[in-house]
Design a protein around this ligand. Structure first.
Ligand code: NAP
Ligand code: F7E
Length: 363
């Protein structure tokens, strides 16, 4: 991977997740020394970052991994003080909304208290670190205005969202009370071929691939009427980086400004391979949440005006990128599907490096 000339050190929690992996790639491309926190697991959990990880015995490795957990403050404090990062990106979280209803206490511990533990570690730093908190559009919950912007009041509708509101407000608090360069990104749903398989977009693209590969006959889903503002994760990590490069700390909505229903997502995904979703999709009560977020639509004007950030990948192209990736994983050839092949040949599934070399992001 080609490396730029920046000589900064970054610490990323959640580096094994979708966003962490793209962000690590981006920062390495820019020349950062990147440190990532990984959780101890009985099996390997680094598949999203294996392509950028080199044996630590090799000289000049750009990525170093450390065991740690956001629920363990002593480990977090010791890592921060050993690494002395210029920038800290707090992406680690129990990030599944439905799971948060079953595990509210753990969700609050990792999401809310995790952010506070990092902020406390940074408050005592004798250098000037910058802090990014991975906030979520879920905080808007039962939305108070449409579209949602930085000034829209929060109305969280899940333990996950309540915990994210705490982390958001704590980040503002540490900025105002302690002068920390602490920022919130309020990111609307963002997806990619690296999205976890239980989030609805990836569940649908994998489901279609499984059906075409003869490994499944039906796809079971919950509420098809929910509306979301879905963007491409590889572009959203660029917004995170830009937020920390601005001369003053602040909070930013990151979104496409387009809203689609889960029903439309399903229709488009099946349609790209010539199938009618109504022949395959079945309703399953177990995927319905006790309280739902009916609609989310973001207004990213502030990010565009102050950071020069804009989304580039539209809804249909995003679905096509994800579907093509899953079809390939399940050994299904994309050639017979003209619509899909057309989109993907124009926009091959890329890592950050090729997006950078194309000039998609500022270097
Ligand atoms: P993800 O794929 O679920 O990744 C979550 C990451 O957090 C993984 O690396 C996970 O480690 C790690 N993690 C979980 N519990 C932890 C703990 N107790 N201590 C340390 N690390 C822990 O999530 P994502 O989609 O990349 O999202 C990144 C962040 O943005 C999250 O904070 C999420 O809540 C937030 N967010 C996401 C979206 C979105 O649409 N993707 C939108 C707004 C905000 P393992 O790999 O070991 O599980
Ligand atoms: O659900 C509906 C579901 O789980 C989207 C996280 O990254 O984005 C994500 O949270 C919608 C919901 O994402 C199924 O009820 C229907 O209305 O893909 P999701 P999410 O809950 O919006 C936000 C911004 C985050 O911050 C979170 O970390 O789809 N839906 N049927 C379903 N959802 C799932 N997962 N599975 C279904 O079968």
């Amino acid at each position: 991977m080609g490396r730029g000339s920046v000589t900064k050190t970054a610490l990323i929690t959640g580096i094994t997740g979708q966003d962490g992996s793209y962000l690590a790639e981006l920062l390495i491309c820019k020349g950062y020394e990147v440190h990532g926190v990984i959780r101890r697991s009985s099996s390997f959990n680094t598949s999203r970052i294996d392509h950028i990880y080199h044996d630590p015995h090799e000289s000049g490795a750009a990525l170093t991994l450390h065991y740690g957990d956001l629920t363990d403050s002593s480990g977090i404090i010791s890592l921060v003080n050993r690494i002395r990062p210029d920038e800290v990106y707090n992406l680690g979280a129990q990030s599944h909304v439905a799971v948060s209803f079953d595990m509210p206490e753990y969700t609050a511990d990792s999401v809310a208290m995790g952010a506070l533990r990092l902020l406390e570690a940074l408050r005592h730093a004798d250098w000037e670190p910058r802090f990014y908190q991975a906030g979520s559009s879920e905080m808007y919950g039962m939305v108070r205005e449409v579209p949602q912007r930085e000034t829209t009041p929060f109305y969280p509708r899940s333990p996950y969202a309540v915990a994210k509101v705490f982390a958001h407000q704590m980040t503002v608090q540490y900025r105002e009370a302690h002068g920390l360069f602490a920022c919130n990104g309020i990111l609307f749903n963002h997806e990619s071929p690296r999205r976890g398989g239980t989030f609805v977009t990836r569940k649908v693209t994998r489901g279609v691939a499984q059906i075409l590969a003869g490994k499944a006959e039906k796809l079971y889903l919950g509420n098809l009427e929910a509306l979301r503002d879905w963007g491409y994760a590889a572009e959203y990590v660029d917004a995170m980086w830009r937020i920390l490069q601005h001369h003053t700390p602040g909070d930013y909505v990151v979104a496409t400004g387009e809203m689609h229903s889960v029903r439309e997502l399903v229709d488009v995904t099946f349609g790209l391979v010539g199938l009618d979703f109504q022949d395959y999709v079945e309703f399953d009560e177990r995927y319905v949440r006790p309280t739902e977020v009916d609609q989310l639509l973001g207004d990213a004007t502030k990010a565009r005006d102050l950071l020069g950030w804009e989304p580039r990948t539209g809804f249909r192209d995003l679905v096509a990128l994800m579907l093509a990736n899953d079809l390939r994983d399940f050994g299904v050839c994309t050639d017979p599907y003209d619509d899909l092949a057309g989109i993907v040949s124009d926009r091959p599934i890329r890592g950050i490096e090729s997006l950078l070399s194309q000039g998609t992001f500022a270097s």
